[in-house]
Design a protein around this ligand. Structure first.
Ligand SMILES: Nc1ncnc2c1ncn2[C@@H]1O[C@H](COP(=O)(O)OP(=O)(O)OP(=O)(O)O)[C@@H](O)[C@H]1O
Length: 462
């Protein structure tokens, strides 16, 4: 049952007609008292709450009721209806735990989609509460994850999350350093969704100037500006029925952020030079290597836009956090190159695969891929050794960790250095104390003592 809370009889009627037509069982409530009466009889699967339901349109009553609902029905999704003028209220509502917000006047399709997405997400959350983390094999059986190599638990968590939410229309925000595979993950969201046969349109927002933003995203009509000789279809329209991937969303200037918010909010936009609104049905996937939360706190990124895009957030680990995946990635790249360059005997010897784990790779997987490709191309041999890699490593790139990289004398105490080395070894060996102790040449006991001394976390059962 879907519970609709609104005191305006006209809105109640049109909402209830809409959802009944879509096959929902519907109940209605005028305000807090009626809501409590309904809840005493039946628990709804989802709730649509008009934030300005009372004559006092400050929205305080709406927020109070929302808090009550979150407290008493924490797993039931609540979708908010708010006026355009009260986006702040919507943001407060999202902070208080609402699933989504829709601005009035709403698009029927968008509102129904939002309720369905919230229902699917809450069902997925119930399911995922049961089994422990899935293994790579289980994930491959369930989802289409070709070309995404890795078995690190943090990556598997990301894959499980995107697999689970791909079938919904929920917006996904992918964060992570440059080269960690954000675009690959965005494609996987699309590939595992019901939109997979429709377009996947990528837009690099970092590369679009604010003057071109509108015409690039929304298109323009002939004559909209001097150089507009013909009509142009924008990226949103190209992505119609499919997914749009907004890369580098943290690079968007404030004026463009407002324009983007509007289309994400109402799913409507006007091409430049046209006064006719168009509606679009797209799934939105965003990525950034910047810290959006911090940018919101500094006022550099709109909070309402942030809440609009971050319903589901996944963070991709940097390669240095998952060094055990490096040999697997190397094998994968070499396999691809075997076919590409017709060199079936190509391989990387065992010690070189291990050695590559020691490189500092700020460019992450992209950088590792370049190093492997470059070495394959430049060294004539089929079996690549450490020597081959060392010879062809660009000096400005990944520096192998050797004593030449000790910090300058006076810049660090021995204690600080010891702490950093231990932290690094713990990350490298996935916190396996026995392996870390061996790698550092000390006993386990000595390692425990140091972990305690520096206040570093470890698993005492290990
Ligand atoms: N898990 C992975 N398995 C195999 N290849 C990967 C994986 N992750 C990334 N790659 C490869 O690494 C390269 C960089 O990945 P991608 O472009 O997705 O990174 P990104 O995080 O979007 O980078 P940027 O922030 O610079 O846009 C691509 O060639 C991609 O195919």
């Amino acid at each position: 049952m879907l519970l609709l809370i609104d005191d305006d009889i006209a809105i109640q009627t049109s909402l209830s007609l809409l959802f009944r037509k879509e096959g929902f069982a519907v109940r209605m409530a005028d305000g807090p008292f009626e809501t409590r009466d309904v809840l005493a009889e039946e628990t709804p699967e989802a709730i649509v709450l008009d934030m300005n339901f009372s004559v006092d349109t400050s929205g305080d009553d709406g927020l109070r009721l929302l808090r009550y609902l979150r407290e008493h029905l924490p797993t039931v999704p609540v979708i908010l209806l708010t006026g355009w003028g009260s986006i702040d209220l919507a943001v407060q509502g999202m902070k208080a735990g609402a699933s989504d917000f829709i601005t009035k006047p709403w698009q029927n399709e968008h509102l129904v989609q939002s309720v369905r997405t919230a229902l699917k997400l809450s069902a997925a959350a119930r399911q995922s509460g049961e089994p422990a983390s899935a293994s790579r094999r289980q994930l491959d059986e369930q989802f289409q994850l070709d070309n995404i190599v890795g078995e690190d638990p943090r990556l598997l968590d990301v894959l499980a999350t995107i697999g689970r939410v791909a079938s919904t229309d929920a917006p996904v925000l992918i964060t992570g350093e440059s080269g960690t595979g954000k675009e690959l993950i965005a494609e996987a969201v699309h590939q595992n969704s019901r939109r997979k046969r429709q377009p996947f349109v990528k837009v690099n927002l970092g590369g679009i100037s604010s003057t071109l933003f509108e015409s690039e995203l929304f298109g323009h009509v002939r004559g909209a500006f001097t150089d507009a000789k013909t009509d142009r279809v924008g990226r949103f329209e190209l992505a119609s029925k499919g997914s749009i991937f907004l890369d580098e969303i943290g690079d968007l200037d404030p004026a463009s952020q407002v324009k983007l918010l509007r289309v994400l909010q109402d799913r409507t936009f006007e091409p430049l030079g046209s006064s006719k609104s168009r509606t679009v049905d797209v799934r939105v996937i965003c990525a950034t290597n910047r810290n959006l939360e911090e940018m919101v706190a500094k006022g550099e990124f709109r909070e309402d836009l942030y809440y609009r895009i971050n319903l589901i957030t996944v963070r991709l680990p940097a390669l240095r956090e998952r060094p055990a995946d490096i040999p697997r990635l190397v094998d994968f790249f070499v396999d691809n190159l075997k076919t590409l360059y017709n060199r079936p005997n190509l391989q990387v010897d065992k010690s070189a695969r291990q050695w590559l784990k020691n490189l500092t790779l700020p460019g992450n997987i992209r950088q590792l891929k370049n190093i492997v490709e470059r070495t394959v191309l430049l060294s004539g041999t089929d079996i690549l050794t450490i020597d081959d890699f060392e010879k062809h490593l660009p000096t400005t790139h990944a520096a192998p960790v050797t004593h030449a990289f000790l910090p300058p004398v006076g810049s660090m105490t021995l204690d600080e250095m010891e702490r950093q080395m231990i932290e690094r070894a713990m990350t490298f060996h996935n916190n396996r104390v026995a392996n870390v102790a061996r790698a550092l040449g000390i006993t386990r006991f000595a390692l425990y003592r140091r972990l305690e001394k520096y206040g570093l976390n470890y698993d005492s059962s290990d």
